[in-house]
Design a protein around this ligand. Structure first.
Ligand code: PMT
Length: 216
């Protein structure tokens, strides 16, 4: 319908950062607050979708009517997503997943001694690319967080990860992207693009979902 264009659709969504453990008390992570992903969850629910939100460690309340699964690491996020993916027609990867994790997690707290230390890292699985390559793949939407050549890198990720749509944000700009309340997404799909302008994350989320609903 006009008001609930996502009625009958189920959305699986990731949000927030991941934490990659170094030892029992330390981790590597990033500045994602979860605000963008939680705004998408809330707006999707309002637009009629059944929403499952896989969230990294964030301090945000669960939007009304949304099913939430909390995870910490990229591997845990991948496991939660793949356990759910066949039940959903739409996937949006908004999480800032750590690209690398320490190659080993120390059993005990690492003691300081030398003036410098090396941490060897290993690539994490790519959750978005794994979803897009699945045999029963949902309509798959990714994000691209870039600090330069935003359009070029976003369109490269759209093709390389075999996505249906990508939402790009320039995270070098103040008051946009990581931890901000506003954003200025540009959407790309095969054969088209749409700049959403600068607005609050709820408005960005709604515009993104309406653009997806037209192409589902
Ligand atoms: O959480 P906020 O504070 O509100 O900030 C919002 C945001 C800036 C985090 C969000 O708008 C955003 O851009 N999210 C994607 C961040 C990111 O990791 O972008 P990327 O360009 O590195 O990754 C591209 C895509 O691949 C993303 O959809 C990401 O979820 C996915 N990915 C990346 C690596 C990986 N190992 N697995 C993935 O699924």
């Amino acid at each position: 319908s006009e008001e609930q264009p996502l009625a009958g659709t189920s959305l699986l969504l990731t949000a927030g950062p991941t934490r990659e453990a170094l030892d029992p008390v330390r981790y590597l992570s990033n500045h994602s607050s979860g605000k963008m992903g939680f705004a998408i969850a809330e707006q999707a629910q309002r637009l009629g979708a059944k929403v499952t939100l896989v969230a990294g460690p964030v301090s945000l309340p669960t939007p009304a009517g949304v099913t939430r699964i909390d995870v910490e690491s990229a591997q845990q996020m991948l496991d939660a997503v793949m356990a759910q993916v066949e039940e959903h027609q739409l996937f949006i990867g908004c999480a800032a997943v750590a690209d690398y994790r320490p190659i080993a997690v120390a059993d005990n707290k690492i003691k300081k001694s030398a003036e410098s230390m090396m941490v060897e890292m290993v690539r994490n699985p790519d959750i978005l690319a794994t979803v897009a390559a699945h045999s029963k793949r949902p309509f798959t939407v990714g994000f691209a967080a870039e600090t330069q050549d935003v359009a070029h890198y976003a369109m490269d990720k759209l093709k390389r990860k075999n996505l249906d749509m990508i939402a790009a944000n320039d995270v070098s700009k103040p008051e946009q992207g990581f931890n901000a309340d506003s954003n200025a997404l540009t959407l790309y799909w095969d054969g088209g693009s749409q700049a959403l302008g600068y607005s609050g994350k709820s408005d960005q989320a709604k515009q993104l979902l309406l653009a997806i609903a037209k192409r589902l």
